[in-house]
Write a protein of this length. Structure first.
Length: 401
């Protein structure tokens, strides 16, 4: 079965075409600047040169049509006809409490996604545009929604409730949902497989640190706690997001600076984190360069980022009464040798013993970075959220036939 994976944002659309017989990627790409005058389609057919096209793409339906055109193009395509696409999988950020796992797209599931617009106002409407656009371009092809939140639906009440009046949960479903679920799920399973140990018996802490970041406590293969909350703002310090802060700061600053709700939201989501502390960048590569060049603000930004991540690891070891494996993944987790080193150097109380030579190796494969004597295995596992979406789509569509 050939599965097209779509990750639609408000002005962008990423795609990957999988052949599920061997889980190979036939092509992938990205449409950027949807709705602006010169949209850019970058198409990467496997083993061939990238292709870039600039044209006017005003909405998602046209974007998907362009993607289908290039996938079936005589010169740059990988399909002889659109009919070869047998299923479409969509990334959907928020599945609320309704979706504990991936689901077929039908009128009931679409209605539920619309009800959840409130909880993810930036992301879910974009996913819905992607779903509608795929439906109109590929009528009759089964589609599946795969949620960032679903993996965390196993969290117990004590982990997902906020200590605020319960009426807010009853009326508005104010609670913690988490995010990056497909990644935490994928890397925890990949870690158990790599170590050849049964997932059911393991306590794993997965650290997905990229532009956004979250840490998850995975016990017996299920999420028992995670650092993101009702929205992706809670938890770790991130590229441009503040992460945890005293909630009383919000009304205080709004009052002092006469900020509106959207201004304070923008401050905490777009102008905080590494960017705010370094004053230079939200990008960990530039922060690291600044630190190496002796820039005090970059050094402080790095130290805060590392310290907060390490505190979450400690708290999840406490939550599970121990930890067998710690996994680093995503842009920063997979690439920043110095971040992993600084975190591991201060986890010796858990029995972590870093092997600096192993930590310095770069490879696209799962690997251990601790010594043979280390009580806790620390791994780097490259994440693959698209593959999880393709696998779920494949499984759910086969089961529905
Ligand atoms: P997203 O959350 O957008 O998917 P990614 O997982 O791609 O983000 O992570 C992007 C982050 O990874 C950026 O902060 C980038 O600086 C960081 N990153 C990428 N390569 C390196 C590297 N070699 N060293 C440190 N950080 C890196």
């Amino acid at each position: 079965m050939k599965v097209l994976v779509i990750n639609a944002g408000s002005s962008s659309l990423k795609y990957q075409l999988y052949n599920m017989t061997d889980e190979s990627v036939l092509a992938k790409g990205l449409v950027e600047r949807i709705g602006m005058d010169s949209s850019i389609l970058t198409h990467k057919p496997a083993g061939r040169e990238d292709v870039t096209e600039v044209s006017e793409i005003l909405e998602h339906t046209t974007a998907i049509r362009k993607v289908i055109d290039i996938l079936t193009d005589k010169e740059n395509g990988v399909l002889s006809s659109v009919d070869e696409i047998q299923a479409v999988g969509h990334r959907v950020v928020h599945g609320g409490e309704a979706f504990k796992e991936s689901a077929l797209v039908d009128s009931a599931s679409k209605a539920e996604i619309r009800r959840l617009f409130d909880l993810a106002p930036l992301h879910n409407p974009a996913a819905m545009m992607g779903i509608r656009a795929a439906e109109s371009n590929m009528p009759g092809v089964p589609q599946v929604m795969v949620f960032d939140t679903a993996f965390h639906q196993t969290m117990p009440e004590k982990a997902y409730l906020y200590a605020i009046p319960r009426v807010l949960y009853k009326k508005y479903k104010v609670r913690r949902y988490g995010a990056h679920g497909t990644s935490h799920d994928y890397v925890s399973k990949a870690a158990a497989e790599y170590l050849d140990r049964p997932l059911e018996d393991m306590k794993i802490i997965t650290c997905h640190v990229g532009n956004g970041g979250s840490v998850t406590a995975v016990q017996g293969g299920v999420s028992v706690d995670t650092s993101m909350g009702m929205t992706p703002l809670e938890g770790l310090m991130m590229g441009t997001r503040s992460g945890d802060l005293d909630p009383a700061i919000v009304p205080y600053v709004m009052n002092k600076e006469e900020l509106s709700v959207s201004e304070v939201n923008s401050m905490l989501n777009k102008h905080s984190g590494l960017l705010a502390i370094s004053g230079i960048s939200s990008d960990m590569r530039e922060i690291t360069e600044g630190m190496e060049a002796g820039d005090a603000n970059s050094t402080l930004a790095f130290e805060m980022y590392e310290y907060r991540l390490r505190k979450y690891i400690g708290s999840y070891a406490a939550a599970m009464n121990g930890v067998d494996v710690i996994v680093f993944t995503a842009g920063v987790g997979e690439n920043s040798v110095v971040l992993r080193q600084k975190v591991c150097e201060q986890l010796t109380y858990l029995g972590v013993e870093l092997d600096e030579a192993l930590n310095a190796i770069r490879s696209g494969e799962p690997r251990r970075i601790t010594t043979a004597n280390s009580k806790v295995d620390v791994l780097v596992v490259p994440t693959n959220e698209e593959l999880v979406i393709a696998r779920d789509t494949h499984r759910i569509v086969l089961n529905s036939l």
